[in-house]
Structure formats: structure tokens, C-alpha cells
Design a binder for this molecule. Structure first.
Ligand code: ATP
Ligand code: TZP
Ligand code: MG
Ligand code: MG
Length: 265
């Protein structure tokens, strides 16, 4: 049975503390997929929401100190209640503040998975990579080595997305080659993906690496079909069709189109 089928059967609650750009898109994407989104960031309630959820997803896209305090409370509650925890360190490395906040969060909690672009993960790993705001710049470093370094440092699954995606726990590494370039023309596709990883981790029963790889590949398959159906249109139509496909890609379609390979060292 795929994690996708299990997710649709169990409809896990996914607690998101995310940015103002993507909150609506993330909630709609999770609903379309078959999860149950809960966007909550008040410090008075985040520990309770995290405790009752199947996964918690923290995203620093539009950060401020109040939000970070809530993220610490939610992350620590997730840890106490064995709830999988995802961090999307949006823009880490782009400003000193984002880098510092990311380190602070990682010190205060144990995450299950980190999902970012190559520049963000490089920053977490203590390396540097060009960036332009929240987007990764071009570079010619070893992306797999970077992902491994970050995974060993954090003791978590690390996912670096881009044209090809790298998913590793520092010991085994999967490469996913699904996806479509039009994803880069819709804001929040990385952020929604981090939330989708949370939904898959919620039904992973401890197999975080496999569940994360399936999440990434499934997302790419949905994008490929949506891009094909809207090939004669622009990113606006793609965005809507992508939400449709997050709901319509079945485990069978997923299995036919998935391109995941194990990377041999
Ligand atoms: P960035 O801000 O650098 O764009 P992000 O946080 O938006 O990063 P992405 O790396 O863009 O995250 O990943 C979001 C999704 O887009 C992933 O499914 C990824 O596989 C896909 N993707 C990104 N670039 C490409 C590409 N050139 N071709 C195919 N898929 C891509
Ligand atoms: N600015 C701050 S957060 C954000 C922007 C544009 C959204 C970034 O979303 P993604 O998924 O990383 O493209
Ligand atoms: Mg992107
Ligand atoms: Mg991002």
C-alpha cells in the first residue's frame, strides 16, 4: 500500500505555522491531497494544536519574533508528543536574521525533516550557496554531499528540491526526477510541498525517508499532469489544475509515473 492511499484513508490533521504569502494555497493543497489543514499561530494555543495533530510544519517565510516564539512552543510540543515535525527554512542564508532564527529553532527542537532549496539547506549545513531572496541561485557544488552533511548534522531527513530532488537521512539517499519547471512560476510551491511532506510523515509510522520520497515524487507527478493539461495556458491555470491533480492522482497513476531512484555512493 502506498503512503498516499493511507493518507487519503486517515485524513491526518496537519498543523501549519506558515507565512502570509502561502497560507491559503497551503491549506487548499493539503485539503485537495486528502489531509486536514489547521493554520494556527497564537502562542496561547499552538502547543495544544501541535499535540492533537498528525504532523507539524514550521515555515519562516515571513517571520517575526512573535511567530518564532509560537514555533518554538509548537515544535517542543510536537517533540513531547512524538508528532513528526517539518521545518522549511525559507530564505536561510539570504539574511543574517533568517540564518540565526533557523539555528535557534534547530537548537530548541528535534525536527523529523528539513525541506528547502539548495541555498537554504547549504546554509543549515554551514556551507554557502548563492541565493536571491527566497530563491536559490545557480551554483556548481555537490548537492548530494550537502544534503548528507545537513542530515547527519540534524539527525533528520533532509530534502533539497530543484530540477531533481534529493531526499536523504545521511545514510540512504533517493533522487526524484518528477516535477515541471512551471512550478517555479507559482509562489509557494516549495512551501506547500513542505506541508505535503508533513501530511505523508503523519502516516509514515517511522519510515520518514520512504514517506518523504513518496511525497516529493507524488507532488512532481501531479505537477507533470497539470502542466500537460494547461500547456497552452500560463501559470495561473497551472496553479488551479495543480490543486485538481493533488486530489486526482490515484496511487495507481502515481505508481505508473513515479521516478524515484536510490543513489549509490
Ligand atoms: P525556490 O524558492 O528556490 O524556487 P522552493 O522553496 O520554491 O525553492 P523548489 O525547489 O522550487 O522549492 O521546489 C518546489 C517544487 O518544484 C518541487 O517539487 C521541485 O521538484 C519542483 N521544481 C523546482 N524547480 C524545478 C525544475 N526546474 N524542473 C522541475 N521541477 C522543479
Ligand atoms: N516571500 C516570503 S515567503 C515567500 C515569498 C515570495 C513564499 C516563498 O514560497 P516558495 O515556496 O519558497 O516559493
Ligand atoms: Mg520554487
Ligand atoms: Mg521555499
Amino acid at each position: 500500500m502506498t503512503y498516499l492511499a493511507k493518507l487519503r484513508e486517515l485524513n491526518p490533521l496537519v498543523h501549519n505555522i506558515t507565512n502570509i504569502v502561502v497560507a491559503n494555497f497551503s491549506a487548499n493543497g493539503l485539503l485537495a491531497l486528502g489531509a486536514s489543514p489547521f493554520m494556527a499561530d497564537a502562542h496561547e494555543e499552538v502547543a495544544d494544536v501541535a499535540a492533537m495533530s498528525g504532523a507539524v510544519v514550521l515555515n519562516i517565510g515571513t517571520l517575526n519574533e512573535q511567530l518564532i516564539a509560537s514555533m518554538v512552543l509548537a515544535g517542543q510540543s510536537a517533540n513531547q508528543h512524538n508528532v513528526p515535525l517539518v521545518l522549511d527554512p525559507v530564505g536561510a542564508g539570504a539574511t543574517a536574521y533568517r540564518s540565526e532564527v533557523t539555528q535557534r529553532l534547530l537548537k530548541e527542537m528535534q525536527i523529523t525533516a528539513l525541506r528547502g532549496n539548495v541555498a537554504e539547506v547549504a546554509n543549515v549545513a554551514g556551507e554557502s550557496w548563492a541565493s536571491k531572496g527566497v530563491d536559490a541561485g545557480a551554483g556548481d557544488g555537490d548537492v548530494i554531499a550537502l544534503a548528507n552533511k545537513a542530515a547527519l548534522k540534524l539527525g533528520s531527513v533532509v530534502i533539497i528540491t530543484g530540477k531533481e530532488d534529493v531526499i536523504t537521512d545521511g545514510s540512504r539517499t533517493f533522487i526524484v526526477s518528477n516535477g515541471h519547471p512551471v512550478l517555479t512560476k507559482v509562489t509557494g510551491t516549495g512551501c506547500l510541498l513542505s506541508a505535503v511532506v508533513g501530511a505523508f510523515l503523519a502516516v509514515s509510522e517511522g519510515n520518514g525517508l520512504e514517506a518523504a520520497a513518496e511525497a516529493i515524487s507524488f507532488y512532481g507527478v501531479a505537477a507533470e499532469i497539470a502542466a500537460e493539461l494547461t500547456a497552452h495556458k500560463g501559470p495561473g491555470d497551472f496553479q488551479i489544475e495543480f490543486l485538481n491533480q493533488l486530489a486526482m492522482v490515484t496511487p495507481q497513476i502515481y505508481s505508473e509515473k513515479s521516478r524515484i531512484r536510490l543513489f549509490n555512493q
